[in-house]
Design a protein around this ligand. Structure first.
Ligand code: NAD
Length: 492
C-alpha cells in the first residue's frame, strides 16, 4: 500500500545501516550501534547511525535555512503532511508496534496501543493546523486596532527518552511542524528503531528539505551540541531529572525557550471505601504494566488501615499470576526491563528497600526465560515509610511500595510528600474524598478510580514540582510552547 514497505524491510535488515536524515538526505553516522532486543539479547534489530557533532550542527543549519519558507508555508500543506503521517502510522500499526515491542520490551498490545496513539496525535495536530486563530481586541486608544497572533518559534530541538519510543517523539514533532517550526530530532540511544521508522514516514509525507532532521546519537555528543548551539530557538526535553537540569542550565545560558518533562514518584491512594477489585487493577496496571517504566507509574501505594491487609493480599495474588516473558509473546503480561543498566538500578533499589527495613512481600527475583533477556519479577514492598529512599527516588522499574496510613488526611499528606508532582491517583467511592483529592493533590494530573498511568492524547499532559518545567504538552495547550505570541497595534 505504501511505497515505503520495501525500504522498511531492506532497512530492517541488521546488515543495513539506518541512516540519519540531515538537510534532505539520508547520511551515515560517525559511528553506528546495534539495536538489541531486551527480550532476547541475541536478537539484533538493526544497526543505527550515530551522528557526530558536525552532523548535528549541519542538521541545525539545515533547519535554520528551511525556517523562513516553512514558517510562512500554507496551512493546507502542513495539514496534508501531518494527515499523511497519521494515516501511514495507523495503517502500519501492527508492524510498527512489533518493532517497538522488540526494541523496548513493552508487550505487543502495549506497543501497538502506543503506535496507535502516535497516529492519533498526528491526526489531532493536522486538525490544529487549520484551527490556529488569533484575536482582535479593541484598543484603549481611539482608532487603534490591536491584533494578537501566534507565530512559529523557529528551530526546535527535540530530545526524547527510551520508554515511549514513538508516542513522545510524536507528541513533540507533530505540534512543532503543525505550528510552522523546523525540527532537529534526537531520540534516545536505546530505541532508534521506532524513531527511524517515524522519521522515514515524515520524510516521505513531504516535509521539505531541512524542515525535519533526524540525528540519532549520543546525548553527550548530539544532545550537547543541540544545547550549545545558538541557532536552536527552543528545546523540548523528556527524560531524567539529572539530564533535565543540564538542559535547563544550557537553555538559560542561551536565553531560549525550554520545556522539561522528567521523573515521577506517583502516589495511588486506596481508601477503606474503595472497590477492592478496582483498586487492585489500578495498582497492577499503574505500577507494573510497561514493566513499571513509565513516568506516570504508581510507585507509591498509600492504603488506609481498614482495607490494607485485604488490598495487599489481593494484589500479591494478582502479581503471582502475571506472566513475565518475551514482549512479543501474546501471553506475556510484563515484558523485560529495557537493558542491563536499568536492571542493575532496579536490583539496587530492591536491596536498598530491604536494607531500609521495608518488607519485600513479593517478587524482586531475576528470572530466566527460554531466551536471554532482562527479566525481573515484579516486586512489592510493604510496611514502608515516606522517608525511605524507595519512596523518594524514582526507580523506573516494576517495583512498588505500600505505605499503611490511618485515614484520608494522612493519605493525602503522604501523597504530596514528594519532590515530584506528575500524576496522582485515588481509589474511593466517596464523592467527598474524590473531590477533595482532585483539588488538593499536588500533581499535574489526577486520576479517580483509574490507574495513574494512561492518558488521553487531546488534553494537556504534564506535572508540577520536580516533574515538569514549562508549558504543558499535548492538546491545544501545546501551542503555548510551539508558538510565540505577537501583539500588533495598527492605526489604519
Ligand atoms: P535520560 O535523561 O537519560 O535521557 C533522555 C534523553 O536525553 C536521551 O535522548 C539522551 O540521549 C539525552 N541526553 C542524555 N544526556 C544528555 C546531555 N548531556 N545533553 C543533552 N541530551 C542528553 O532519560 P531516559 O533514561 O532516556 O528516560 C527515563 C526518564 O525519562 C525517567 O526519569 C522518566 O521518568 C522520564 N520520563 C518522563 C516523562 C514525562 O513526561 N514526565 C515521560 C517519559 C519518561
Amino acid at each position: 500500500m505504501f511505497e515505503s514497505f520495501d525500504r522498511e524491510i531492506r532497512n530492517s535488515d541488521s546488515m543495513t545501516m539506518h541512516q540519519n536524515f540531515i538537510g534532505g538526505s539520508w547520511i551515515d553516522g560517525q559511528e553506528a550501534a546495534d539495536n538489541i532486543n531486551p527480550s532476547d539479547t541475541g536478537d539484533i534489530i538493526g544497526s543505527y547511525a550515530r551522528a557526530s557533532r558536525q552532523q548535528a550542527e549541519d542538521a541545525i543549519g539545515a533547519a535554520r535555512a528551511a525556517f523562513p519558507a516553512w514558517s510562512r508555508s500554507g496551512i493546507q500543506q502542513r495539514h496534508d503532511i501531518l494527515a499523511k503521517v497519521a494515516s501511514e502510522i495507523m495503517a502500519r500499526k501492527d508492524e510498527l508496534g512489533r518493532l517497538l515491542a522488540r526494541e523496548e520490551g513493552k508487550t505487543l498490545a502495549e506497543a501497538i496501543g502506543e503506535v496507535g496513539r502516535a497516529g492519533q496525535i498526528f491526526d489531532f495536530f493536522a486538525g490544529e493546523v487549520l484551527r490556529l486563530a488569533g484575536e482582535k481586541i479593541a484598543s484603549t486608544r481611539p482608532g487603534v486596532e490591536v491584533e494578537v497572533t501566534r507565530e512559529p518559534v523557529g528551530v526546535i530541538g527535540i530530545i526524547t527518552p527510551w520508554n515511549f519510543p514513538i508516542a513522545i517523539p510524536a507528541w513533540k514533532i507533530a505540534p512543532a511542524l503543525a505550528y510552522g517550526n523546523c525540527v532537529v530530532f534526537k531520540p534516545a540511544e536505546l530505541v532508534p528503531g521506532s524513531a527511524w521508522a517515524l522519521s522515514d514516514i515524515i520524510v516521505r509525507a513531504g516535509a521539505p528539505e531541512g524542515v525535519f532532521n533526524l540525528v540519532m546519537g549520543r546525548g553527550s555528543v548530539v544532545g550537547e551540541t543541540m544545547l550549545n548551539d545558538d541557532r536552536v530557538d527552543a528545546i523540548t526535553f523528556t527524560g531524567s531529572v539529572a539530564t533535565g537540569k543540564k538542559v535547563a542550565a544550557a537553555c538559560v545560558e542561551h536565553m531560549r525557550k525550554f520545556q522539561l518533562e522528567m521523573g515521577g514518584k506517583n502516589p495511588m491512594v486506596v481508601l477503606d471505601d474503595a472497590d477492592l477489585k478496582v483498586a487492585v487493577e489500578c495498582a497492577v496496571n499503574g505500577a507494573y504494566f510497561s514493566t513499571g517504566q513509565r513516568c506516570t507509574a504508581s510507585s507509591r501505594l498509600i492504603v488506609t488501615e481498614g482495607i490494607h491487609d485485604k488490598f495487599v493480599d489481593a494484589l500479591t495474588d494478582r502479581l503471582k499470576g502475571l506472566v513475565v516473558d518475551d514482549a512479543l509473546d501474546t501471553a506475556t503480561h510484563i515484558g523485560p526491563v529495557v537493558d542491563q543498566s536499568q536492571l542493575d538500578q532496579d536490583n539496587s533499589y530492591i536491596d536498598i528497600g530491604k536494607a531500609e527495613g521495608a518488607n519485600l512481600a513479593w517478587g524482586g527475583e531475576r528470572l530466566n526465560r527460554s531466551k536471554p533477556g532482562f527479566y525481573l519479577q515484579p516486586a512489592l514492598f510493604t510496611e514502608t515509610t515516606s522517608d525511605m529512599r524507595i519512596n523518594r527516588e524514582e526507580i523506573f522499574g516494576p517495583v512498588a511500595s505500600v505505605m499503611r496510613v490511618k485515614d484520608y488526611e494522612e493519605a493525602l499528606a503522604k501523597a504530596n510528600d514528594t519532590p515530584f508532582g506528575l500524576s496522582s491517583g485515588i481509589c474511593t467511592t466517596s464523592l467527598k474524598h474524590a473531590s477533595h483529592f482532585r483539588r488538593n493533590a499536588e500533581a499535574g494530573m489526577v486520576m479517580v478510580n483509574l490507574p495513574t498511568a494512561g492518558v488521553d492524547y487531546h488534553v494537556p499532559f504534564g506535572g508540577r514540582k520536580g516533574s515538569s518545567y514549562g508549558p504543558r504538552e499535548q492538546g491545544r495547550y501545546a501551542a503555548e510552547f510551539y508558538t510565540v505570541v505577537k501583539t500588533a497595534y495598527t492605526l489604519p
